[in-house]
Design a protein around this ligand. Sequence first.
Ligand code: TEU
Ligand code: CA
Length: 549
Amino acid sequence: MLDLWYKNAVIYCLDIETYMDGNGDGIGDFVGLTQRLDYLTGLGITCVWLMPFYPSPNKDNGYDVMDYYSVDPRLGSLGDFVEFSRRAEERGIRIIVDLVVNHTSDQHPWFQEAVRDRESKYWDYYLWSEQKPEDIQEGGVMFPGLQDTTWTYYEKAGAYYAHRFYDHQADLNITNPEVRAEIQRIMGFWLALGVSGFRIDAAPHLIELRQADNLFERVEDPYIYIDEMRDFLSWRRGDAILLAEANETPDELSKYFDHGDRMQMLFNFWGNQYFFLALARQEAAPLVQAFQDLPPVPSIGQWANFVRNHDELTLDKLSDDEQDEIAAAFAPDRDTMWIFDRGIRRRFAPMVNGDLQLLKMTYSLLLSLPGTPVLNYGEELGIGDDLSLEERKPARTPMQWSPGKNGGFSTAAPEDLILPVVSEGQFNYKEVNVACLRREPGSLLTWMEQAIRLRKECPELGWGQWQILDTKHPSVFAHRCQWQGNVVIAIHNFSPDPCTATLTLKDDLDHCLVDLFKNQPEETVSAPTHEFQLEGYDYRWFRVTNSVI
Ligand code: TEU
Ligand code: CA
């Protein structure tokens, strides 16, 4: 019997720094987060993905790590981590942590030792060149506009070092077996502290194996390194998972799964980008096509679906015209709303002007799509953003807990907060916050709790064989998931206009459909096609039962 807990999980991503401040210094911390575990339990979350919380100069929101074995003192101590992990476990909540080993901060002692002494073993932990090489091809700089090159001269070292991301994030050389051993030690450490797996940051760049002479040629099949990571992981903890951040084309993605011996989970960036195109066009076709293009998933593999994450909403796989369609619908002001010339730096609720029906339809889709849903903190409230902040920060403002001071995030003076709480406009914390929305029957938060409960009661969605159904209506997306003889069908209308969808349900002939949100029987499928009357942005889930209830 396979106990693949992640198949029916509900994952919630949060940044400790902006979640809940327990000691009033304006910065979220482990103590604050631990106080909020009951909230997460109530919401129905089963797994928390913690963004980097390690000591860091914090020039890239913690993705610039200077010590992999510790907790940033601003956020607490290792003891606080263990307390948090223990209390999460008590509530049946698993923890996944970010593993950021494509690069280290230039302040990491390995890098500092390397530049101090070329003879030290740490020199070969990184990628060096005496002359400035051509910029790394295949994707080049990752942050155009904020990053000029992939090679930067380090005065003290007298050489250039490679970096895919910011110049303070020196790429590690994983062709060096000692670096691979370090990565295993890091994984082993957090597994021993009870985590259930890792989000592998920048996975495609991590596995770009590079020759020690810096030629950047692939010396062997780069994916083999994932087998090595996975082997190590599974020996140390059988039920732990690797969740890769790999924004790649379907062809490439299949290599990350392989036959089930590499990553268990991959973020579905492909589906995400085409979802936004579908929404902009109010047509299901782009999402239908995207899911048909995805590679088959091995039995232990799983897509991690999401609406928004902490980065820009990257649209790099779409054409310029398609990006323009999305811009016109959701982010018309290129100057303030876009970044890196490929993505939108807004949260989702403001992109759709807080349209509650559209928000519910979207999160209903997220919770029902084949795979496992990943929510970003605050999405359950329809939290807003702050476009006056620089770079990717608009979508990283603090969680909004109450209508009180600083939205209940912190008791510090507002000017001392790590980032300002959204306090202006439609999404201001006085209106959009946990305390108010949980008491409002029709709110997104109240609805989300119910929807998450439903999702957990429908394991067919996470485990089953899925198929996309023809709906005879361009704006309607419908899919059917079957598992262990049980069937769930979900129907979503991507248009604000009511319509009739006609589904071919020949496999379900003579069965009864029970509307799961309304908890009432619809009608019996008495012909091979069945009509559904849908409201604008409607979402319907049905369980197929043997007899009329
Ligand atoms: O992002 C890696 C990365 O490649 C993304 O920025 C990517 O460009 C984008 O999502 C779409 O392709 C990760 C983290 O998520 C990000 O916050 C860090 O800044 C980055 O790694 C560097 O560590
Ligand atoms: Ca604090």
